[in-house]
Write a protein that binds this ligand. Structure first.
Ligand code: AOF
Ligand code: ZN
Length: 379
């Protein structure tokens, strides 16, 4: 697929590629239940980077082949996707009685921060519930489907099941392991290099950087190593330009175990809504406005696994590791990376070739490549 930058930024296809690395299930190319489930996934996309630690569940309500309501879960504590869809139907003056609900994840049946969606669907008189994938949360795990069936509601499971499982994989990992989903992003030159050691290079053209910012938006925390700060002095802020959708800004995390970075580094400058954390192993001099995460030492740095647990405790469900090479190597060596995004330039970065061995058989490898004047996204 090749298209212009503005197309790429705005299409759900690109948002999907950045969020899942998989092929976009375009509703236009699908029929029947799969088509409406693809629409529910498109709703769900709006909640990526917002809903963690909850899953960004999308839902559409369909009556006589027409969508009468749609919704997405965008923040823990706020109403779930099903409730938002029911409210949307009400706002449009539509009656959900007798409708089919298409939900990317099994409706919940428990009282958490909010009430059970199963009850809301039953009370609304929904006739059929089509579910993408079962919710592995032990408080749900098939219970939602059973409750709906016990009420005489027709329940289908597994419609676009693979796409829904791929979409909700970060939530599944969090609920099963307590660890957030880890995406590694590396910007490489055509020579396969990250650039000369100890010198700042910019191999990613400015418009491509917008995609990198879109990737940041899909995460709740970005992590970088000390060298990246020392060499590039980045702010690591949210500079996504389009479209101006509501979002929750990501936290900035710097691994500076011994507190060697100067207080003047730009990353420490406070940014509203974007807390900055310093991962330390010792007891370095505190920095104003910076919260230290005290981690056990491991090798020449800190325990990356502990860092991830700490971030999960802060409500982070998706972590973006942005560099540099040493940090990437550490995460890769410990098998802590779930997804890899390669931003490949057609210009050489003029440094040593990257020696990281990046598994080629990952379930998720998404890459975005700048090639002779047009964009290609592929997997
Ligand atoms: C749904 N629809 O949109 C979401 C679901 O604490 P709560 O009330 O927000 O519940 C969170 C749990 O509910 C979460 O761990 C997951 O099992 C499920 N998420 N379920 O029916 C939704 N986000
Ligand atoms: Zn629910």
């Amino acid at each position: 697929m090749a298209c212009s930058m503005s197309d790429l930024l705005l299409t759900p296809e690109v948002a999907w590629a950045l969020a899942t690395g998989g092929p976009w299930p375009d509703p236009e190319n699908l029929q029947g239940d799969a088509r409406f489930m693809a629409m529910a996934l498109r709703e769900g996309l709006k909640g990526v980077g917002l809903a963690s630690p909850n899953p960004p569940v999308g839902c559409v309500l369909v009556k006589a082949g027409r969508v009468i309501g749609s919704g997405v879960h965008t923040r823990a504590g706020d109403p779930h996707g099903e409730i938002m869809a029911l409210r949307d139907a009400e706002a449009r003056g539509e009656d959900p009685k007798g409708s089919d609900a298409f939900v990317t994840l099994e409706p919940c049946c428990h009282h958490g921060r909010t009430g059970p969606c199963t009850l809301a669907l039953i009370q609304a008189g929904v006739a059929r519930v089509v579910v993408g994938v079962r919710d592995p949360n032990p408080r749900v795990d098939g219970g939602g489907l059973a409750i709906l069936r016990a009420q005489g509601i027709a329940v289908e499971e597994g419609t676009l099941g693979e796409a829904c499982a791929r979409f909700h994989a970060p939530f599944f990992k969090l609920i099963r392991t307590g660890l957030p989903w880890v995406t590694l992003k590396l910007a490489l030159g055509s020579d396969g290099s990250l650039g000369p050691i100890g010198r700042s290079t910019q191999v990613t053209p400015p418009d491509v950087q917008q995609l990198a910012h879109a990737l940041r938006r899909a995460s709740e925390a970005i992590v970088v190593g000390r060298h990246t700060i020392a060499v590039d002095d980045p702010q690591l802020t949210d500079r996504w330009q389009a479209p101006a959708t509501p979002h929750r800004s990501f936290a900035r995390v710097v691994l500076d175990e011994d507190g060697l970075l100067p207080a003047s580094a730009r990353v420490w400058v406070p940014v509203a809504g974007q807390p900055v954390f310093r991962a330390v192993t010792g007891d370095p001099v505190p920095l104003r406005g910076v919260e230290d995460l005290h981690l056990p030492p491991e090798g020449r740095g800190c325990s990356l696994r502990h860092l991830l647990y700490e971030l999960a405790a802060l409500g982070v469900g998706r972590v973006l590791v942005e560099g540099g090479g040493t940090l990437a190597a550490g995460f890769l060596a410990q098998g802590l990376v779930d997804e890899f995004h390669r931003f490949q330039s057609d210009l050489p970065a003029a440094g040593p070739a990257l020696t990281l061995s990046i598994p080629t058989n990952w379930r998720m490898e998404a890459a975005i490549r700048w090639s002779t004047g047009c964009w290609e996204a592929w997997r």
